[in-house]
Write a protein that binds this ligand. Structure first.
Ligand code: HEM
Ligand SMILES: N/C(=N/c1cccc(CO[C@@H]2CCNC2)c1)c1cccs1
Length: 362
């Protein structure tokens, strides 16, 4: 926790950099006096709209694990600091999903709910992502997404019922203060999903695979200038490998490689035939083809790496060191085919930034 002096220091560091980047250095001294007084009185201060918006963009720019940072300055910031009821948060989250989806022309967006203030009730969203599929443990294995089994069990313990398919969208679980979390279904008409097909293999669509269009991370904490925002869901668009290689390729997720390899007629008796590598490529081709066919924005890992290279150049031109976590920046397959493979990056953690929240889900 922060005492007044180091909270002021965090605020001062942020405000000086923020106002400099916004070309408003003339305003910063008077702003710092206000903030000093506020922290002296209440050990807290309130961000202006401009500070919140630029702070959120800086947090994205400082996200060392993110390959998508080239677009950091185009983030849409929805200021939801006036909302502190579960129903109000639900309404704002539906607006976020709709605004961000934008009929497939996805808009990178963040909704910022009230900051953590001692003595105030905190808003907390228990979902990892606003849109995610449920997971059901059965004696014959898992139906749906194994990563969602814990939250699905919790929702079922709260009376949530579902069709128990591989693709049931979970309800939103919203907690205010220490009250019992409230569950809210997401209306079908705001959830855009993409059925997967392959340009060359007609059998691929018979696998019945689909994925939601917009990834919206809702379990990270946004820190700006010493203030914590425990509920600040943010979305971009997908990089194809996230769905093709990880969500469908991982053994402890949808584990589709053996099925795809069998349909391709590959020899899966030994890894040496590289059947996994071949099946991964086909899965990734299907994801990119299907999203593009439906007009939903997505980036392939080669193009994403090219954009990241431009981000590196722009940051150097801005006089800022590029920080990154190489193992996360590298795509999970074909990574030696992107420039990141030849580079190393300093993993210095700067703020503003996004952090994992400490508290465990229910
Ligand atoms: C615009 C398109 C974007 C793309 C293609 C993209 C791509 C990615 C990818 C592939 C990862 C690694 C995820 C994983 O391996 O599970 C990642 C991580 C991350 N991205 Fe981005 N991103 C985008 C936008 C954003 C935005 C808008 C934000 C926040 C405002 C953001 C913040 C982050 C953070 C904080 C992480 C690390 C998450 C963790 O530590 O678990 N990204 N991004
Ligand atoms: N494309 C994306 N991918 C991710 C970005 C951040 C996190 C994640 C999921 O992270 C999980 C935890 C570790 N891997 C899976 C995915 C985005 C989501 C929200 C904005 S961009």
């Amino acid at each position: 926790t922060y005492g007044p002096r180091d909270r002021y220091e965090a605020a001062e560091n942020f405000l000086r950099q923020c106002y400099k980047e916004l070309g408003r250095e003339g305003d910063v001294e008077s702003r710092l006096k206000e903030v000093w007084t506020s922290i002296g009185r209440q050990n807290h201060y309130v961000h202006t709209t401009a500070e919140l918006e630029h702070g959120a963009k800086m947090a994205w720019r400082n996200s060392n694990r993110c390959i998508g940072r080239y677009f950091w300055d185009s983030l849409h910031v929805l200021d939801r600091r006036g909302i502190d009821t579960a129903q109000g948060v639900y309404n704002a989250l539906i607006e976020h999903i709709d605004f961000a989806t934008n009929d497939g022309n996805i808009r990178p967006t963040i909704s910022v709910f009230p900051p953590a203030v001692r003595g105030n009730q905190q808003v907390r969203i228990w979902n990892h992502q606003l849109l995610r599929y449920a997971g059901y443990e059965t004696e014959n294995g898992v139906i749906g997404d194994p990563n969602s089994v814990a939250l699905t069990d919790y929702c079922r313990s709260r009376g949530w019922s579902s069709q128990r398919t591989d693709f049931d969208i979970l309800p939103l679980v919203i907690q205010v203060g220490d009250k019992t979390p409230e569950l809210f279904e997401i209306p079908d008409d705001v959830v855009m999903e993409v059925p997967l097909s392959h340009p060359n293999y007609q059998w691929f669509s018979d696998l019945g695979l689909q994925w939601y269009a917009v990834p919206i991370i809702s379990d990270m904490r946004l820190e700006i200038g010493g203030l914590q925002y425990p509920a600040a869901p943010f979305n971009g668009w997908y990089m194809g490998t996230e769905i093709g290689s990880r969500n469908f390729g991982d053994v402890d997720r949808y584990d589709m490689l053996p099925t795809v390899a069998d349909q391709l007629g590959l020899d899966t008796s030994t890894d040496r035939t590289l059947w996994k590598d071949e099946a991964l490529a086909v899965l990734n081709q299907a994801v990119l083809h299907s999203f593009e066919k439906q007009g939903v924005r997505i980036v392939d890992h080669h193009n994403a790496a090219e954009q990241f290279k431009r981000f590196e150049q722009e940051e150097r031109e801005a006089g800022r060191k590029v920080t990154g976590e190489r193992s996360w920046l590298l795509p999970p397959n074909a990574s030696s085919t992107v420039h990141i493979f030849e580079n190393t990056y300093e993993n210095e953690i700067r703020t503003p930034n996004f952090f994992y929240r400490e508290d465990p889900p229910p």
